[in-house]
Ligand binder design. Structure first.
Ligand SMILES: NC(=O)c1ccc[n+]([C@@H]2O[C@H](COP(=O)([O-])OP(=O)(O)OC[C@H]3O[C@@H](n4cnc5c(N)ncnc54)[C@H](O)[C@@H]3O)[C@@H](O)[C@H]2O)c1
Length: 257
């Protein structure tokens, strides 16, 4: 749970979190609601999304909305639902993503490439385009895209994922410049390796994985989803009012090496 924000810091603010059924998105919904925001928690996974809504407690509120971020019409409908419900759109955390199992570039299939880019990059583009349209109508807002530590450095065997996350940072910078004078800030959060159910599963199958990943992070451990959520809440809030166009890296020192 967020340690930083008072329970009314985002009172009266309303917005969307995608990828809200699990991991970082779930923790962000919890942190936003704890800080007083009203949140549409969107995901492909309805059961997980409803569970997030149950777990979110605070002076704000949340409800689940289905979305496939790789489908333009689905994203447009999500943003329309938010505007209908809240009468405006103050923030959006574009966080839904899929991972790539990994292979050297000459073995990457078209299917792998297209799926990664469709969700992790085109999905962010569809979301930003619709959200920024709504924010222009309601007089401004804050967009936070989830990129990755590997949005700023490379990682062997992860061509589609690394390319998509670099793309997210490029799009973030351009949107920040396009709308800086119109009251819309656009930033990216770049997590290092974060402890999620998916990681625990992989670590259980491969006992060498956890020590390897921990050794790669100078802080000596994986990150936790609430540590990313706190950065998102800060980027949504007025505490970051002079910050736009930035990849905010939260990675235990991984990219400092
Ligand atoms: N966990 C990490 O170590 C880590 C590190 C860097 C970046 N990230 C990024 O953080 C974001 C969240 O990842 P996470 O670790 O919480 O993973 P996660 O798998 O726990 O959560 C991702 C969520 O996105 C949803 N999703 C997937 N495809 C979707 C689609 N097409 N439409 C709507 N929802 C969809 C899933 O249902 C899931 O609930 C991703 O963008 C990921 O790339 C994660």
């Amino acid at each position: 749970m967020s340690a930083v924000f008072d329970p009314r810091a985002l009172a009266g603010r309303a917005g969307i979190v995608t990828g809200a059924a699990s991991g970082i998105g779930r923790a962000t919904v919890q942190a936003l609601v704890a800080a007083g925001a009203d949140v549409l928690a969107a995901d492909l996974d309805a059961a997980g999304g409803e569970e997030t809504v149950k777990l979110a407690a605070g002076t704000g509120s949340s409800s689940f909305a289905p979305v496939d971020v790789a489908e333009e019409s689905c994203v447009d409908a999500l943003v329309a639902t938010a505007v209908e419900r809240f009468g405006k759109l103050d923030f959006a955390h574009n966080n839904a993503g899929v991972v790539f199992a990994g292979s050297p570039l000459h073995e990457v299939t078209n299917e792998d490439w297209e799926r990664l880019v469709a969700v992790d990059l085109t999905g962010v583009f569809y979301c930003m385009r619709a959200e920024i349209g709504a924010m222009l109508e309601s007089g401004g807002g804050s967009v936070v895209n989830t990129a990755s530590g590997v949005g700023v450095v490379g990682l062997p065997g992860q061509g589609p994922y690394v390319a998509a996350k670099h793309g997210v940072i490029g799009l973030t910078r351009v949107a920040a410049l396009d709308y800086a004078a119109k009251g819309i800030r656009v930033n990216a959060v770049c997590p290092g390796s974060i402890e999620t159910p998916l990681f625990d599963e992989a670590a259980a199958a491969d006992p060498g994985l956890r020590p390897l990943i921990e050794a790669g992070h100078p802080i000596g451990r994986l990150g936790r989803s609430p540590e990313i959520a706190d950065a998102v809440v800060w980027l949504v809030s007025d505490a970051s009012s002079f910050v736009t166009g930035q990849p905010i890296v939260v990675d235990g020192g991984y990219t400092a090496q």
